[in-house]
Design a protein around this ligand. Structure first.
Ligand SMILES: Nc1nc2c(c(=O)[nH]1)N[C@H]1C(S)=C(S)[C@@H](COP(=O)(O)O)O[C@H]1N2
Ligand SMILES: [Mo]
Length: 184
């Protein structure tokens, strides 16, 4: 037998509260999960590509970048401010792609150059023989931090920094996205 309608409990305040609470928890869990997968995806997205006349073209993810040997360089930025930059030596990344540098370069290899390309289309070049710090005594860095903090979005995630008293920051390309080796 069915109960008369009047005796049924209405959908009370308490039930509504329980529903709202459940919905809140469910949303929070979903947001957390979404955040985690977004972070994982960012780690797999290529941070930097190395190509052109190289033995092994490379597409470095943020996770792979994080494993590279690091160093820091003190240099005066464009505003004349002495700053501590941290990152990976540009030569280190080129070696990953099988590029010969320093004492390993012979003959025509000494006429090769590197084109550094930035997100805004800005490009700068370096002669390959000037990129091995052991040979030339100054570091060309792919910096990801300055003054102890990650580079700002309009500068990073990666920026060229030239050590050894470089007085003109024109080649300090911001937002570097690719490195291309060419033969002259
Ligand atoms: N991606 C990118 N990097 C760039 C430039 C640019 O236009 N685009 N300008 C260069 C020039 S000419 C100079 S002087 C410095 C300026 O450095 P700042 O942005 O730290 O002041 O950035 C260099 N790096
Ligand atoms: Mo400049």
């Amino acid at each position: 037998m069915m109960k008369p309608v009047e005796n049924r409990k209405p959908f009370g305040r308490r039930s509504l509260l329980v529903c709202l609470l459940l919905l809140t928890f469910w949303n929070a869990a979903a947001a957390q999960d979404g955040g985690a997968t977004a972070a994982a995806r960012a780690n797999e997205k290529p941070l930097l590509s190395v190509g052109g006349e190289v033995a092994r073209p490379v597409r470095l993810t943020a996770a792979e970048w994080a494993k590279l040997p690091r160093l820091s360089v003190r240099a005066k930025d464009h505003d004349g401010k002495e700053t501590e930059f941290e990152g990976v030596e540009l030569a280190e990344v080129l070696r990953l792609a099988g590029v010969k540098l320093g004492g390993h370069m012979h003959g025509k290899e000494l006429a090769n150059y590197l084109v550094v390309e930035a997100a805004d289309g800005y490009k700068v070049v370096f002669a390959l023989p000037e990129l091995d710090s052991a040979s030339v005594g100054r570091v060309v860095l792919l910096a990801d931090r300055s003054g102890g903090k990650p580079l700002a979005a309009d500068e990073g995630p990666l920026r060229i920094v030239i050590g050894g008293g470089d007085k003109q920051q024109g080649r300090w390309a911001r937002q570097v996205v690719s490195l291309v080796v060419r033969k002259s």
